[in-house]
Design a binder for this molecule. Structure first.
Ligand code: PLP
Length: 437
């Protein structure tokens, strides 16, 4: 028997995958269709994880699949330093126009973390300044530089010190967990700005800071939607000190929050925007969209990579952008997001341990607390886990988030329908009941 035949005849063994991939399900999946995943046993699951915010156009959208197949039959790889190819040229051109104005240029890599690396390298090279200020609870990826920026959970970075230096962390306005008590973000009393000024006075002078790196909505940190004034004020502070504003739209981008990019909710122009995940419906692609004058300060050869702007990934991204536009997915994210949030808000009074419910578009978080001791906001990751497990038993896939794992996050594909949202609300309600929320 050949080795290939032996492997094909062996039953699938899940233990070949290392445990470092912490796991939400044991499902072995055969295929995906729109909002659904279908296992090798033929069981159907409503996928409100979207592969962690990637399959915004749904699984295996026919238009994206056709674009991938057509490109794969022509050219898989035409390396960026060596040749140009049509899908790459078209995608770079389109990405110049995803933000208002036309002074933008894109640089493509393969993942979110790689795009974060590119943003930090560009910010330092363009300003000649060393320091970066990131925000508490932020997640930016798993490479060394991205880990140094990340503070969503100690597990992500704790075993890997020393990390690259000259990275400082300022507080993010997390209104539910504010020191003075939970409050409505519309009347925010978080003292993030005063603490940022203290950081400037005590730790790093603003004249040494190359960039703020910030998520418009905290993702892994717990689906925290900041007050509307946060990003505009940060933009002002950045401009005053000559600091670049780098927004990490890896999770919030490509329609997820009910705008093509979350910065558009508050009309803030970043200097550099980091993108990945939803850009190519599942093929590995990431990048930055940056002010053209900044990118021009990168000397030829200062940055690059073998696969950045891969031809098949670019073809998938072009088709993804077509689908987002032609199917009105940004509007659908807004409408289905409101439906999801309203549906959960209607049952919320029944669940005293559902401490906070929040969201923007199809990025919705439910934060669970113990609600029994001295601290009414004591995080309850066990309860969140039980809700996720109960939902999975009912064939709904949802994930956790938050520094303690106390948040259940919903990341439906942007193609999800009104019926699917109603179904998910019913399943989550039942899951919270059985989990004891
Ligand atoms: C906001 C944000 N930035 C960066 C990353 C890293 O992206 P990747 O996993 O593609 O490296 C993630 C991944 O979850 C993310 O949510």
């Amino acid at each position: 028997m050949t080795e290939a035949k032996r492997i094909a005849a062996t039953p699938l063994d899940r233990s070949v995958i290392p445990a470092v991939w912490s796991r939400y399900t044991d499902l072995v999946v055969d295929r995906g269709e729109g909002s659904w995943l279908i296992t090798t046993d033929g069981e159907r699951y409503l996928d409100y994880s979207s592969g962690i915010g990637v399959t915004n156009t749904g699984h295996a959208h026919p238009r994206v699949v056709a674009a991938i197949q057509a490109q794969a039959a022509k050219l898989l790889h035409g390396q960026q330093n060596i040749v140009y190819h049509e899908p790459g040229l078209r995608l770079h051109e389109r990405l110049r126009h995803v933000l208002p104005g036309d002074d933008w240029q894109a640089f493509l890599a393969n993942s979110g973390a790689e795009a974060v690396e590119a943003a930090v390298k560009l910010a330092r090279a363009a300003t000649g300044r060393p320091a970066i200020v990131a925000f508490r609870g932020g997640f930016h990826g798993r490479t060394a530089q991205a880990m140094a920026l990340t503070t969503s959970r100690v597990t992500v970075r704790g075993d890997f010190e020393p990390l690259p230096g000259s990275v400082y962390h300022a507080p993010y306005p997390y209104c539910y967990r504010a020191t003075g008590g939970p409050h409505d973000p519309a009347a925010c009393t978080c003292d993030w700005e005063a603490q940022l000024e203290t950081l400037f006075a005590q730790v790093v002078a603003p004249s040494r800071v190359a960039a703020f790196v910030v998520e418009p909505v905290l993702g892994e940190g717990g689906y925290v939607v900041p007050p509307r004034g946060f990003l505009p004020r940060l933009r002002e502070i950045a401009t005053r000190h000559g600091i670049l504003l780098v927004v990490d739209e890896v999770q919030t981008g490509f329609g997820r929050t009910g705008q093509l990019f979350a910065v558009r909710h508050v009309d803030v122009a970043p200097d550099i925007m980091i993108v990945a995940k939803g850009i190519a419906s599942g093929l590995p692609l990431g990048g930055i969209v940056a002010r053209r004058d900044l990118i021009a300060r990168w000397a030829p050869g200062a940055h690059g990579g073998t696969y950045g702007g891969n031809a098949v990934a670019c073809a998938a991204a072009n088709a993804t952008l077509d689908v987002i536009e032609s199917q009105g997915l940004v509007e659908n994210a807004r409408e289905r997001g409101s439906q999801l949030l309203d549906g959960l808000a209607a049952v919320r009074p029944r669940f005293p341990r559902l401490g906070d419910l929040r969201g923007l578009g199809l990025m919705v978080g439910l934060e669970f607390v113990r609600a029994d001791g001295d601290d009414p906001r004591a995080p309850d990751p066990d309860l969140a886990r039980r809700v996720i497990a109960a939902a999975l038993e009912r064939h709904l896939i949802v994930l956790s988030a938050g520094s303690w794992g106390q948040v259940v996050r919903l990341i439906p594909p942007l193609v999800t329908t009104s019926r699917e949202v109603d179904h998910a609300v019913a399943v989550l309600t039942e899951s919270m009941e059985v989990a004891g929320a």
